[in-house]
Design a protein around this ligand. Structure first.
Ligand code: NDP
Ligand code: PYC
Length: 345
């Protein structure tokens, strides 16, 4: 019988990496996948924390991702675009491989883009924009997923939950970062509520006949709704175009057709665009980072909070007191380590 347990970040990293290595991931894949999963758990982003391990293992077992892949940064064509071939591995290793080149190109040109192709992508996008903010750069990251969301006015799953993240560097504080699904909530939130036996808030999903539902199982079989009605629907469609069609990779309907299931992690591409705030501002109106602080102060001055503030507070708690795991979460880690790929269907 497993018990609730509090683990240090380092101990959880070691445990998750061991699970991934046991499942056959090479050191490059296991290291990068471990980092995004533990970052999610550390920052209390449960929808992309350790619960995702089962999906990772299922996808490996189904042969839909190459656990031995080593991503390749392709030779540049003289443009601002750097392309990484993930070689059918996970997105994290491909991002880590492309990051130094993206930073160097953005500093040189003021604006540069990273295209990742043929990656399996189950993760949150804030680690990517946070990494760029750590280099003093603003950035946008976006990707499709698989058909799960009805377009506004529609009745069936077509668009993905298509996340969009933005990061802005700050010198005296953690970066300004937002990262959200373009559905009302991430699909992972629905799955976690299903497991917990909870109902969904109104307005999250519709059933197979297009009628509203608050039942997670019915929602997963039906369709989720875009956030903000037609506005979220349009942003989600833009992501299909920019981070699917435009980068020569799969759109969410194409991913679902290839994968044949929403129980596996989707394979597609990712687009990251990075900006040098100083280069864009030129010599006009002073230091852009200092001017941004005036805006952040005004937001906070009204009693509002900045996006990621909850997450950074959770990170501090994890750093000082460790990461508290429930008995079920501890049991999951124990089972995945003991049984490897046999633990998943
Ligand atoms: P949330 O709605 O929980 O949060 C979205 C953003 O809004 C966060 O930056 C959050 O900051 C911020 N926020 C929340 N409440 C407030 C508030 N009151 N004031 C100011 N800011 C606030 O996220 P989602 O459920 O939409 O998405 C969760 C994750 O799922 C994302 O990281 C996303 O990348 C991931 N995802 C990945 C997909 C993929 O295909 N790879 C697909 C879909 C989603 P904070 O964290 O501090 O609360
Ligand atoms: O939570 O919507 C989601 C999601 C889809 C793929 C990875 N995360």
């Amino acid at each position: 019988m497993s018990e609730p347990r509090t683990m240090t970040i380092e101990a959880l990293e070691a445990r998750v990496e061991a699970i991934l290595r046991r499942a056959g991931l090479n050191p490059v894949q296991a290291g990068a996948v471990m980092r995004v999963i533990v970052a999610g758990e550390r920052d209390a982003c449960k929808s992309h924390g350790i619960y995702r391990l089962e999906g990772v293992l299922r996808t490996v077992k189904a042969g839909k991702v190459d656990p031995g892949a080593v991503p390749v940064v392709l030779p540049g064509d003289g443009s601002a675009i750097t392309r990484v071939d993930a070689r059918r591995g996970f997105a994290g290793p491909a991002f880590e491989a492309g990051l130094p080149v993206l930073v160097e190109r953005t500093r040189a040109l003021g604006l540069a883009a990273l295209v990742i192709n043929d990656c399996t992508h189950f993760s949150a996008l804030w680690p990517d924009v946070e990494a760029l903010a750590g280099h003093g750069l603003a950035s946008l990251a976006l990707c499709p997923s698989y058909s799960a969301v009805a377009p506004a006015g529609g009745i069936a799953a077509l668009l993905g939950t298509n996340p969009l993240a933005f990061g802005w560097p700050r010198t005296q504080a953690p970066p300004y970062v937002f990262d959200f699904a373009t559905s009302v909530a991430a699909r992972g939130e629905i799955e976690l509520r299903r497991r917990a036996g909870e109902t969904l808030p109104e307005g999250w999903a519709i059933d197979g006949d297009g009628q509203p539902t608050t039942d997670p199982q019915t929602a997963l079989a039906g369709a989720m709704l875009p956030f903000g009605g037609h506005k979220g629907s349009a942003i989600s469609t833009m992501i299909e175009l920019l981070a699917g069609v435009m980068i020569g990779d799969l759109t969410s309907p194409e991913v679902l057709a290839e994968l044949g299931s929403t129980s596996l992690s989707p394979m597609h591409g990712e687009l990251v665009v990075a900006f040098s705030p100083e280069r864009f501002a030129g010599a006009r109106r002073g230091d852009p980072l200092a001017r941004a602080e005036i805006l952040f102060d005004a937001i906070l001055g009204q009693g509002a909070r900045l996006p990621s503030q909850r997450r950074f507070a959770a990170r501090e708690v994890s750093q000082t007191s460790g990461i508290a795991l429930s008995a079920a979460e501890t049991a999951l880690l124990d089972r995945l380590l003991a049984e490897g790929l046999d633990a998943v269907g």
